[in-house]
Design a protein around this ligand. Sequence first.
Ligand code: UTP
Length: 480
Amino acid sequence: MTPAAQDEHAIRRRVADAGQDHVFRFWNELPEDSRRQFLEQLAEVDFEELGELIAEHVTNRRPIALPPDLEPAPYIALPVTEDDQRRRERARQIGEEILASNKVAAFTVAGGQGTRLGYDGPKGAFTVGPVSGRPLFQIFAESLGAARRAYGVSIPWYIMTSRANDRETRDFFDAHNCFNLARTEIKFFTQGMMPAVDKQGKLILARKDSLAWSPDGHGGSIRALARSGMLADMAARGIEYISYFQVDNPLVPPVDPVFIGFHAEARSDMSSKMARKRDPKEKIGAFCLSHGRLHVIEYSDLPDTLAMARNPDGGLKFPAGSIAIHILSRSFVERLGSGKRFALPFHRAEKKIAYVDEKGNPQTPSQPNGIKFETFVFDALPMAERPVVLEIERQHEFSPVKNATGEDSPDMARRDMIRMAAEWFEQAGVPVPRDAGGEPKFKIEISPLAARNAEELKALIARQGIRGIGGDLYIGPEDV
Ligand code: UTP
């Protein structure tokens, strides 16, 4: 046998042993090129891992076992007393020193498929600036540019993409001259992919010569950081802290000295920001403690008896919602990413997955027809020592673009950006005209390159002599 034939033989064996040889249904029709690419795909599948996942999540599926004895997780609440204020100030100083000594990297997970938003392109290219039309990536880049200027250092920015959007993401940055950040400071890398299966646990064919692949979840970032060499790159640069955020939240501060300071002071492996849940059934995960370990329990898994439980003072017993902003210590990610088996568990997600039917005709299902396997970054929390949970004000830091309309939509994110800009103007002493409902009458937007907070805005306003707002207003870098 030629080496190629040997390879084919070995792969076919593995596929057959896994009970998946239906994937060769169209083999005889495939041209040589497609055959080779298809074999390459199949060679990528870890059939041992896949078999275990199918048994656990498809064929012998059992109800989800929640961690036992869930209690509310402790957190650092918003400051009330002067002592609280002093603690935050101390954390800020610690964080600023760490930033100024070049130990922090920004890290965006941008490998998702953004199906709910339904935008044709990488989500980071979505234009969300209410006046400027700046895309999400530009907003983060400007925040990092402003932080770079404030701390006098470069802050490397790692961006995780997936096979489906990597090329487009890189092209987008190139087309915009990396939004004036140094090209060498931005590192792209791709996350892992997992093949999807049908409800009987059989691999789905997306085409006659291709499996249906999907990214392995934001938890895949842990494995991908290690496998891509990015952790080694961070180590070489002396990075100790990874500031993790998602691509869909225009309000996120990509690096926050207070958060970094609390994390470092506690010598935490992984820390998280939390916002008070808007209502008991809000669709965000809840921070819980089980036998001293921190967990995020997904809203769909948290039993009503816990989600609705109240304290004697009437407040929610489990108020702490996860908003997907974390600091990860590099040493912790190294530990998690180094084992042979991936440290984070896979979850089952029922999705609509395009496929080819028995005759080879492409089909787009209207109902979920298959199962994707995904990992979640917050599943690293139970393994983290000394995790810190920090309460923040939602309206200042969290307004994700998830859905095309309604809650968590671009309209809501724009509204929240405008509200925050209005608040800063008012704090800086400039009145903001408001409508009967109390919303700002005009669209207002501020680039972090112009001002990062109300104080900086006040200085800018004084220089520019702005006394009032009479129409839509964008304060951009050229206004400084
Ligand atoms: P979501 O869970 O909101 O998924 O991702 P999504 O892919 O953006 O959108 P839907 O569910 O298809 O509508 C939250 C964050 O995690 C990233 C996303 O890019 C987003 O920043 N993510 C998600 C990844 O990087 N990889 C994944 O495999 C999944």
